[in-house]
Design a binder for this molecule. Structure first.
Ligand code: GTP
Ligand code: SAM
Ligand code: SF4
Ligand code: SF4
Length: 337
């Protein structure tokens, strides 16, 4: 019998309840964003990556244990073979207590996938967009084409996604001069937008993180040169602190792991593409779910028991600094952010 029947949920040693699971469905990506990856990356051999069925089983176990929000990330989730099969399997979990199925994507493949994602049960999309200048966009992503991402956002809106959130990592000397332009883009299209402080995961080789650090307060001051921002209590269960603009539907979010630490209210864990249940983005405490899945195939009760037991490993917080040291060798694409 599944552990779900005792309805204890997932609670860590600090009394925080885990309600939000992020699954990285692949470490691969068609972009090489300068803050996320190094130019030359080695990706996991395919047999080390969870199969579609294994991912669906992991998601199902977490939903049995009280997870209400599931976000699919990567790498780039839309380059994962079989993503079209996985999405409806996850969508079905809504009949068992899942309240929101979401995806974070670079948008490059949305023209092809948006409709199927919507039909498969994806409720919300977050699309990364750090520049509206095609050449700069190419420099920041190393391989990306801005026009494809914008066409992808259009396709997603046409497919019925109405609360799309843009994500922009703001880097000093790279794109902080585009903050107002990005806000304008979001406002015109009625998109939300979150501005993110860069986190020190992986040696990205392109730059020292200390050179590019730009705090959320600085970004906020830039926006307030033109807009009145009113703090909002709205929450998406994610890390964004939201503000409303007086004359717009768009919400402005700030994700500030350095300057406004949000670990005290952490409600999430993540599963990497190779099936590591990582208890915190900024630490290495983890449980090897792949080993359990492959050693005891189909034993959902055991999987759930192990997940419950792993909650005691969840650290209280990250220890990121802005001084340029690489504190976590793991790159962001392993965990999907
Ligand atoms: N430090 C830290 N950063 C996080 C965490 N969750 C998400 N982020 C970062 O927040 C940024 C945006 O992540 P998204 O994938 O859009 O997820 P989200 O902000 O939870 O999405 P919403 O559901 O829209 O709130 C990325 O840079 C993530 O790395 C977290 O638990 N800790
Ligand atoms: C790792 S990506 C995976 C999903 C998809 N490929 C995308 O880019 O949206 C998830 C989010 O993490 C953000 N991200 C990547 N590296 C980061 C870093 N070092 N610091 C802060 N955010 C980062 C990206 O901007 C993106 O919004
Ligand atoms: S941020 Fe997303 S799109 Fe950019 S390299 Fe990382 S995984 Fe790929
Ligand atoms: S850094 Fe760790 S503890 Fe802090 S919010 Fe992120 S996952 Fe939670």
């Amino acid at each position: 019998m599944s552990q779900s029947s005792d309805n204890r949920g997932l609670i860590d040693d600090f009394g925080r309840r885990v309600r939000y699971l992020r699954i990285s469905v692949t470490d691969r990506c068609d972009f090489r964003c300068v803050y996320c990856m190094s130019e030359k990356m080695t990706f996991l051999p395919r047999q080390q990556v969870l199969t579609i069925e294994e991912m669906a089983n992991v998601a199902s176990a977490f939903v049995s244990l009280g997870v209400e929000k599931l976000r699919i990330t990567g790498g780039e989730p839309l380059v994962r073979q079989g993503i079209g099969t996985l999405i409806p399997m996850l969508g079905e979990l809504k009949s068992r207590g899942l309240k929101e199925l979401a995806m974070t994507t670079n948008g490059s493949q949305l023209v092809r996938h948006a409709r199927a994602l919507r039909e498969g049960g994806v409720d919300r999309l977050n699309v990364s967009l750090d520049s509206l200048d095609a050449q700069r966009f190419r420099r920041l992503t190393r391989t990306g084409e801005l026009s494809k991402v914008i066409a992808g956002i259009d396709a997603a809106q046409a497919a019925g996604f109405d609360r799309i959130k843009l994500n922009a990592v703001i880097m000093r000397g790279r794109n902080e001069d585009e903050v107002l332009r990005l806000v304008e883009f979001a406002r015109e299209r009625e998109l939300d937008i979150s501005f993110i402080e860069e986190m020190p995961l992986g040696n990205v080789s392109d730059h020292g993180r200390d050179e590019t650090y730009c705090s959320s307060d600085e970004v906020q001051r830039i926006i307030e040169q033109r807009h009145v921002l009113t703090p909002s209590t709205e929450s998406t269960l994610g890390p964004s602190r939201y503000f409303r603009m007086s004359d717009a539907k768009s919400r402005i979010g700030f994700i500030s792991p350095h300057s406004h630490n949000f670990c005290a209210s952490c409600n999430r864990v993540r599963v990497t593409a190779e099936g590591r249940l990582l208890l915190c983005l900024g630490n290495e405490h983890s449980l090897d779910l792949r080993a359990i899945l492959r050693r005891y195939p189909g034993d959902m009760a055991r999987l759930e028991r192990e997940i419950i037991a792993s909650m005691r490993l969840k650290p209280y917080q990250h220890h990121f600094t802005t001084d340029g040291d690489v504190q976590i060798v793991r790159f962001m694409n392993m965990t999907g952010g």
